[in-house]
Write a protein that binds this ligand. Structure first.
Ligand code: G16
Length: 544
């Protein structure tokens, strides 16, 4: 085995987005493309020499090949050890946990999250820092800078490493430890939640459906829900991870998890339904005949977390991304704890969690998590819901309706307009930004008066770093809100995300259909931004 130094030239498009570098799989499979990015990661963090990393991914097409390349590059760059999930599989939260548990120097996660997988679909590579969280902007910027000047990378010439069996092996001087991807994560969950209470609920006849969408969570959900908690066999469906996710779009929302939604709204609906995404960090929760929006889920979990053993001491604070509804703020206020509003991207929660200022975090994009890891965690959210259901002995609907009665309801929806020509999307956002100053005081639909409009900027309360241009906000005098930003995770053109919110204090008017409740705000958004004029689209592709 020899170390080979390969000459290369930079690729100009390796700027990490909201969560790592995501591209079409054929782009990643081009000669040198993956290698350049991986070498840039090592260079940007001061080299790999003597370091220990975690490696794994969501099993999508090219996951196995990419893992072998990364192992050979880590060895050639002098890494001391790589801990890799069996079959190169690790869910994103399980990888985050392993990085922390084993006190490593970080990890490389292979995933394009909720985007489809396959030879023509999406792939992604992300570096997580030693705290287990996605690299902050300072590190992703350094990686991007390194990609621009890269002239060579180092790689071992060697046979593939057998990752199919748990155990230890070596590659040159580097130790490789192949671990069971589920065991440590399942133990962590068992330490946080009241497994006996949940088990008792299942044995009393509680029914559930968990749709793993042929993605990485299948083995985790089967082990925890069916084997350890005694849920009926078959509770987990689509539980075998497949390289193309069985042709599914593993994005747990009402559009892409339609089979689950249909079942939950049918006469035979189980008590509880949930789904997770490609890499296991997102979740959708559904009660019998009632959908729980991610923003509401965050608020309910924050309000009830103390019912689970891992959170019985209460919360230190609650954090949400700016486009997420303010429902969680009301809970934080009632609990008398700090509330934080960060830009989109889980990486922004890292400092707050590390500093012990937030315990629970969440995003409208089906992400919820806590200080147990530094990623959002789909199965964690599902287990916290189960724990709450087991203790309160009420249905999802009863819990949600009681929550609205207590706190009022933040009607909320996100409209996505996908694969817009990038230049047109950019022009629309530029025009909108140019209008913001003049919007204050303007009225729409007769009664919606703009109180304030800005482009969200965030100053990290822990390290003082500033992130600008994080989304346009139009705030109305009645507390309603429009937010618009372009997605940072797409791989094709631009995706416009339009976030809509209206607050109803109750006790009346809490049971409207969200799209109806938000009708005037939707109309105002189209009028203000000229979405149809710029994009030719009136109707969104996905509504969540
Ligand atoms: C990633 C980030 C999330 C973010 C989401 C959507 O999730 O980790 O923080 O909310 O993307 O981002 P955007 O609106 O820019 O597309 P995931 O699950 O894709 O890793």
């Amino acid at each position: 085995m020899t170390v080979k130094t390969v000459s290369t030239t930079p690729f100009s498009d390796q700027k990490p987005g909201t969560s790592g570098l995501r591209k079409k799989t054929p782009v990643f499979m081009r000669p040198h493309y993956l290698e350049n990015f991986v070498q840039s990661i090592f260079d940007a963090i001061g080299g790999a020499r003597g370091k220990t990393f975690v490696l794994g991914g969501d099993g999508r097409y090219f996951n196995d090949r990419a893992a072998q390349v990364i192992l050979r590059m880590a060895a050639a760059n002098g890494a001391a050890r790589v801990i890799v999930g069996q079959g190169a599989i690790l869910s994103t939260p399980a990888a985050s946990h392993l990085i922390r548990l084993r006190k490593t120097d970080g990890g490389i996660i292979l995933s394009a999250s909720h985007n489809p997988g396959g030879p023509e679909e999406d792939f992604g590579v992300k570096f997580n820092t030693p705290n287990g969280g996605p690299a902050p902007e300072s590190v992703t910027e350094a990686i991007f800078e390194a990609t621009k000047t890269l002239s060579e990378y180092r790689i071992f010439e060697a046979q593939d490493v057998d990752l199919s069996v748990v155990g230890r092996t070596v590659l040159g001087d580097m130790q490789i430890e192949v671990v069971d991807p589920v065991a440590d994560y399942a133990a962590l969950m068992e330490s946080l939640f009241d497994f006996p209470a949940i088990r008792a609920m299942f044995s009393d006849g509680f029914t559930m459906r968990f749709d793993a969408m042929c993605a990485v969570t299948g083995p985790y959900a089967t082990e925890i829900l069916e084997n350890r908690l005694g849920a009926a066999k078959g509770t987990v469906v689509n539980g075998t991870p497949l390289p193309d996710f069985g042709g599914m779009h593993p994005d747990p929302n009402p559009t892409w998890a339609k089979a689950l939604m249909d079942e939950m709204f049918s006469a035979e609906a189980p008590d509880f339904g949930a789904a997770s995404d490609g890499d296991g960090d997102r979740n959708m929760v559904v009660g019998r005949g009632i959908y729980v929006s991610p923003s509401d889920s965050l608020a309910v979990l924050a309000a009830n977390a103390h019912l689970a053993p891992g959170y019985k001491a209460g919360l230190k604070g609650v954090a949400r991304s700016m486009p997420t509804s303010a429902a969680a703020d009301r809970v934080a206020e009632a609990l008398g704890v700090e509330e934080f509003e960060t830009p989109t991207g889980w990486k922004f929660f890292g400092n707050l969690l590390d500093a012990g200022r937030a315990t629970i975090c969440g995003e409208e994009s089906f992400g919820t998590g806590s200080d147990h890891v530094r990623e959002k965690d789909g199965l964690w959210a599902v287990l916290l819901w189960l724990n709450i259901l087991a203790v309160r002995k009420e249905s999802v609907r009863e819990i949600l309706e009681a929550h609205w009665q207590q706190f009022g309801r933040n009607y909320y929806s996100r409209h996505d307009f996908e694969a817009i020509e990038t230049a047109r999307a950019d022009a629309m956002m530029e025009e909108l930004r140019g209008k913001l100053v003049g919007l204050t005081g303007a009225a729409f639909n007769g009664h919606l008066k703009v109180a304030e409009a800005d482009d969200f900027a965030y100053t990290d309360p822990v390290d003082g770093s500033v992130s600008r241009k994080q989304g346009v906000r139009i705030l109305f005098q009645d507390g309603s809100r429009i937010v618009m930003r372009l997605s940072g995770t797409g791989t094709e053109g631009a995706t416009l995300r339009l976030y809509l919110e209206r607050y109803a204090p109750g006790p009346e008017g809490l049971d409207l259909d969200p799209q109806e409740a938000l009708g005037p705000i939707i109309a105002a958004a189209h009028e203000i931004a000229g979405i149809e004029r710029h994009t030719g689209r009136r109707e969104p592709d996905v509504i969540t």
